[in-house]
Design a protein around this ligand. Structure first.
Ligand SMILES: [Zn+2]
Ligand SMILES: [Zn+2]
Length: 112
């Protein structure tokens, strides 16, 4: 059986995204911060993206699946129960570990 780190091979051409918090799996089309199918956008972090399956061919819509926690390097999805973005991406486990370092409004989002 493949482990999470086997599945989450960083591959610019795509692969399978697996959130290590909630177990969400999804095919992604691109990993990085400058999606080739959306030239106007540069992300602040390397993230996993998939082309929006509900868009017709030729459109440039895409979905952000998730990215890596800067602290523990686990891959986490964008769900508010899995990760939080504050200057960098943190999984909720790491966010809770260093919750005092976040401003009050972020602490509220992280929860107890
Ligand atoms: Zn998740
Ligand atoms: Zn983490």
């Amino acid at each position: 059986m493949a482990t999470a780190s086997d599945i989450n091979m960083k591959n610019e051409k795509g692969g399978t995204f697996l959130c290590e918090m909630c177990g969400l799996t999804e095919s992604y089309n691109y990993y990085g911060c400058k999606p080739p199918f959306h030239k106007d956008i540069t992300f602040l972090e390397n993230c996993y993206m998939m082309k929006d399956p509900f868009q017709s061919a030729g459109t440039k819509s895409f979905l952000l699946l998730g990215s890596e926690c800067v602290a523990c390097k686990r891959v986490v999805c964008q769900a508010s129960s899995c990760s939080i973005f504050y200057t960098k991406r943190f999984c909720l486990d790491c966010a809770r570990t260093c919750i005092e370092e976040f401003p009050p409004e972020m602490q509220k989002r992280i929860g107890k």
